[in-house]
Design a protein around this ligand. Structure first.
Ligand SMILES: [Fe+2]
Length: 134
């Protein structure tokens, strides 16, 4: 099984509500990974991915209310969009054939999220704080 995500302080962007949402997102991805690993019923797997996908959309929208003030906002928004589309496309795929959620696909989700929070998010929130934009 893919290693579950674990939120630690290194993931902190320095803004409490965003950190809380990232924790929740990690938890929802973990639930999806677990439902796949346990080979649960299609319905349970689909529910897990739907929950994750809708939270991804909600979270990106919220995060972007801060990030709009960053000069590289449009790039950040694009990164979010690409990931959100990927998770949306997963719903029918997993619903038709849960084994389509293979290791490569799951690793993509996990690695993308880790890299995005540790890279772009932390960098952009730091800039916003340093420039007193939030
Ligand atoms: Fe982000």
């Amino acid at each position: 099984m893919i290693e579950l995500l674990q939120w630690t302080n290194e993931y902190s962007v320095g803004v409490a509500d965003i950190d809380d949402q990232h924790k929740k997102l990690f938890q929802l991805i973990n639930e999806f990974l677990k439902s796949i690993a346990k080979n649960e019923q299609k319905q349970a797997i689909t529910t897990a991915i739907e929950k994750m996908s809708s939270y991804v959309e909600y979270h990106f929208k919220h995060e972007e209310t801060y990030l709009k003030k960053h000069p590289e906002y449009s790039q950040h928004h694009k990164e979010h969009g690409a990931f959100a589309i990927k998770t949306l496309k997963l719903i029918p795929l997993v619903n038709t054939e849960p084994s389509a959620a293979d290791r490569e696909l799951l690793e993509y989700l996990v690695v993308w999220l880790q890299n995005h929070v540790l890279g772009t998010d932390i960098k952009h929130f730091r800039y916003l704080k340093e420039n007193k934009l939030i």
